[in-house]
Design a binder for this molecule. Sequence first.
Ligand code: NAD
Length: 352
Amino acid sequence: MKNFTYLSHARRILFAPGARKALGEELDRLGIMHPLILTTPQQADAVELLAEGLENREWTVFSGAAMHTPVDVTQSALDDLKNCGADGVVSIGGGSTIGLGKALAVRQGLAHVSLPTTYSGSEMTNILGETEAGVKTTRRAPEIRPDTVIYDVELTLGLPLGMSGLSGMNAMAHAVEALYAPDANPITDLMALEAIKVLANALPKLADSPTDMGVRADLFYGSWLCGLCLDSVAMSLHHKICHTLGGSFDLPHAQTHTVMLPHSLAYNAPAIAPVMVRLQDVLGLDPAVALYELSGRLGAPRALADLGMPENGIATAAQMALKSPYANPRPLEEGALRDMLARAWRGEPPQS
Ligand code: NAD
């Protein structure tokens, strides 16, 4: 057993079908009399699902949440929040909406109740990424975490099949990288392996049963654990390279994670033999290839070229990955990184 430091973070989690109906009690508990409810324009109707939990109190809606938390959107929401006198925020949606909830809550020192509707895991983390003038900056702080998270599986039944698969693979990436994080501990190991097992088992069932409550609940449970992993330990090559690819070539977030995960795991495999053995128990004999095959079964994109990355971006991305140092089990070598990115660009299986 290696030595470790473990930090636990108390938060209130409700996990049950229909749990959104308890929103009123949770707002009372936090002393929120007038919440600002946040959604994307596409999910503006989701507010109706909260009607029962909002009875007997005033509330205001801001339906302008957008990907990567642009600060001008946050400013508009902040203006609305001040104008209506809201004293807390409620986010209902995916990582984009939750990001806006975090940005508002942390700026104003307000309580935040989050009702996730995707598998991004953002609701469990102390991470806030914000974009200004095309530049995304990310920071961690304890007060960024939502105070209460309500996992109501019924809110995920309408998540389109394609987006569900991508979102699940995005979650899986948090757990895979947690297994070889420099600050991993026995609890994050347990959570990561359980999450990978549950997600790898449930994701392929989605195509036949997209509204099966049991399958959807498993996916929510797995993504909750993945979010806890992301919150608890440092991420390495995979997350850094996805961040670089997203920022430099404007590639979509969950799709980039899905394409890169098998390749970044294969890159690190020679340096993490014990982790690969543990992954074999939950993914099969060749874990990196198993992830590649899983994304194929989900009909997800498998080539960076298909996401719009130019071929000459491979060398640029490899150089950028070397620029900012971070912990990674295998040393970063420009040639090997270029090879990895080239395979991912062409959509080939990972180097076994
Ligand atoms: P998203 O929040 O951008 O949602 C994508 C689209 O799906 C939106 O139009 C949304 O309204 C819609 N949608 C969401 N749930 C739905 C549902 N159940 N039914 C129908 N439509 C639904 O996507 P995402 O992948 O959840 O989040 C991506 C963002 O989250 C990125 O900006 C990423 O950087 C961030 N993120 C942050 C963290 C963190 O810890 N800070 C973690 C993961 C992702």
